[in-house]
Design a protein around this ligand. Structure first.
Ligand code: HEC
Length: 301
């Protein structure tokens, strides 16, 4: 079968340079994104490395305590002796009352132990010279705020969908991957992207969904890597890899009857897709028959 498109290896060199430049830059960007995730979310539980706890703390929050308590048991531990830290925590547990702040002598502890760093001049860390600055850290840690989630969600959806637009477009010229696998590899990132962002919101509601964040993120990464590597190899190393190298065995396997997993996934996707229309018709019928008269009646009343 001759493809209806120009295979990657047959594109003109300038186009290949353009594609490669884009892929390499985006690949580097992906790498930096991973590093950033390691240093922000990865540190959420106080330990290096990304874990389910990190994701839960980032989105759902650590509901068993306040940020102040966690810090006093974590990175701020060395800054005050045991008893004083205990006094601060007692005050937080009792509701972080403004009157008790002076009466219990918390203000003195903060002044002597914390204000040398946490003052107006310090940038990037909160100012504790007034109670207001401290107050924010005495509330229950409920993770990411809805405002920040909304912001990050739309930035991700717009930005990442563009990255996969071009990576997918380049990869669509690949010839070593069957049409089915190509559709799966090109479509998956979008499914995972939506699942990833939905799972942040779900994790905010229930920590169980932290697994979905990890699963969707990995799915996106795997699709990206597959498309990236295939495109680069086909453009520059077609002969050594797909004709003389290990890629030739991959092509044999691709054309053998054993390689039917893709076919099976394909059949499932097609069957599901063919059900979309009848389902929509059914839902619409039910809506017009039952729900709409009820809603209409409510408004007329
Ligand atoms: C030697 C300087 C220093 C002293 C003293 C110090 N801190 Fe900090 N504090 C920092 C730095 C730097 C950070 C940011 C890094 C981090 O979160 O570990 C920070 C972060 C924090 C945070 C988290 C802020 C955030 O935005 O999440 C809290 C809460 C905190 N400190 C409380 C205290 C308390 C309470 C004391 C006094 C017992 C104290 N700190 C004493 C340097 C200091």
């Amino acid at each position: 079968m001759t493809p209806k498109f120009t295979p990657l290896k047959d594109h003109d060199t300038p186009i290949k340079v353009l594609f490669t430049g884009y892929l390499c830059t985006v690949g580097l960007g992906y790498l930096f994104a991973l590093i950033q995730i390691l240093f922000t979310h990865g540190m959420a539980d106080g330990k290096f490395g990304l874990s389910v706890d990190d994701i839960v703390y980032s989105y759902y929050g650590n509901r068993s305590g306040t940020v102040l308590e966690q810090k006093l048991n974590g990175s701020m531990k060395e800054n005050a002796p045991e008893q004083e830290r205990f006094k601060i925590m007692e005050w937080v547990r009792a509701g972080a009352d403004a009157d008790d702040y002076k009466d219990d002598g918390i203000d003195k502890i903060i002044e002597t132990r914390c204000v040398m760093c946490h003052n107006k001049e310090a940038s990037g860390i909160p100012n504790f010279t007034e109670l207001e600055g401290l107050k924010a850290y005495t509330a229950e840690d409920t993770g990411a705020t809805f405002a920040s989630l909304t912001r990050v969600s739309h930035v991700h959806m717009f930005g990442i969908s563009f990255i996969f637009m071009f990576v997918g477009l380049i990869f669509s010229f690949a010839e070593t991957t069957t049409t089915q696998y190509k559709c799966i590899a090109i479509g998956m990132p979008y499914v995972f992207l939506v699942a990833d962002i939905m799972s942040w919101w779900l994790t905010k509601i229930h920590p169980m969904f932290a697994w979905l964040v990890i699963f969707a993120g990995m799915g996106m990464g795997i699709s990206f890597m597959f498309m990236w590597v295939t495109s680069i190899l086909e453009m520059w190393l077609f002969k050594p890899v797909f004709i003389n190298g290990f890629g030739s065995r991959y092509l044999e396997w691709r054309d053998s009857p054993e390689a039917s997993i893709a076919d099976r996934i394909w059949v499932v996707i097609k069957t599901l897709a063919s059900q979309v229309k009848p389902t929509a018709v059914f839902v619409k019928e039910q809506w017009l028959k039952y729900a709409w008269p009820v809603i209409n009646g409510l408004f007329k009343k």
